[in-house]
Design a protein around this ligand. Structure first.
Ligand code: NAD
Length: 261
């Protein structure tokens, strides 16, 4: 266990990549503040299961990442309930696809709020606490779409490019402290967020889910295999550990060759 006793918030950790990150950090000895949407019984189940599985302290914040006041409160609650905030993983995210001229305004606003502005608000609230204790690890889950574009994803690509920029700015501002700020840019990971895109593709093209999955991977990802959530979580463990201390402002791809093309 390399991170025993560190306190971590992972936004959007009731599902997919965020949940895998939370499990891996807990396995390494971190206390965890979970966050995200979902059925109350599922969330209560996670909050009671984590301490039994990982022998840690686990709490939950229902903060809505589209609401700045709730995000600020989440950070305050983490410091109060766990004792501090050492690790902040900005992971919550949503997707919506449509050509730009048809892209609904409210979907644009929601994606920018949840996928970009939320990370600004949580970082702004966490930095003073991290400066005071002279330790902090901020990891922003961006995407290959923080580096390159795809059609029909105006809001998502804009938000992910934005979070890459935010990562670099905050890294520079904290460079002389023991706080590091990095972004991870994964390619396709098989989570509910991507399952919906596979199902939409199958429906649109009248093909099977298997064919749609192969098409989705084949279009852009040279290794044609999904990135596993655990691959991302393992990189986060490295960044949070002793040997990650010289890496800041890094934009790290885990993309099966996507951006090598
Ligand atoms: P997911 O849908 O499985 O999980 C998203 C999480 O965000 C859930 O816990 C959900 O409850 C939470 N969330 C959504 N809206 C929220 C809100 N308003 N307030 C609080 N929580 C909210 O998706 P995922 O694939 O695990 O995505 C996680 C992150 O990884 C996202 O930022 C996504 O853009 C990024 N990403 C995903 C992929 C992929 O292929 N799945 C690739 C690159 C980057």
């Amino acid at each position: 266990m390399t991170l025993t006793g560190k306190n971590a918030i992972i936004t959007g950790s009731t599902s997919g990549i965020g949940l895998a990150i939370a499990r891996t950090l807990a396995q390494q000895g971190c206390n965890i503040m979970l966050n995200g949407m979902g059925e109350k019984s599922m969330i209560d189940g996670l909050v009671s299961e984590f301490p039994k599985t990982y022998n840690n302290k686990t709490v939950y914040s229902g903060a809505d990442m589209s609401k700045p006041a709730e995000i600020k409160q989440m950070v305050t609650d983490c410091a109060a309930q766990l004792g501090s905030i050492d690790i902040l993983v900005n992971n919550a995210g949503i997707q919506f696809t449509a050509p730009t001229e048809e892209f609904p305004d409210d979907k644009w606003d929601a994606i920018i709020a949840i996928n970009l502005s939320a990370s600004f608000h949580s970082t702004k609230a966490a930095i003073p606490i991290m400066r005071k204790q002279n330790f902090g690890r901020i990891i922003n889950i961006a995407s290959v779409h923080g580096l390159v574009a795809s059609t029909h994803k105006a809001a998502y690509v804009a938000a992910k490019h934005g979070i890459v920029g935010l990562t670099k700015v905050v890294a520079l501002e904290t460079a002389e402290t023991n706080i590091t700020v990095n972004a991870i840019c994964p390619a396709w990971v098989h989570t509910p967020l991507v399952q919906k895109q596979i199902e939409d593709k199958a429906k649109e093209q009248n093909i099977s889910i298997e064919e749609a999955t192969a098409k989705l991977l084949g279009e852009k990802q040279p290794n044609k295999r999904f990135v596993k959530p655990e691959n991302i979580a393992a990189l986060i463990i490295f960044l949070c550990g002793e040997n990650g201390n010289a890496m800041t402002g890094e934009i790290l791809t885990i993309d099966g060759g996507w951006t090598a093309q």
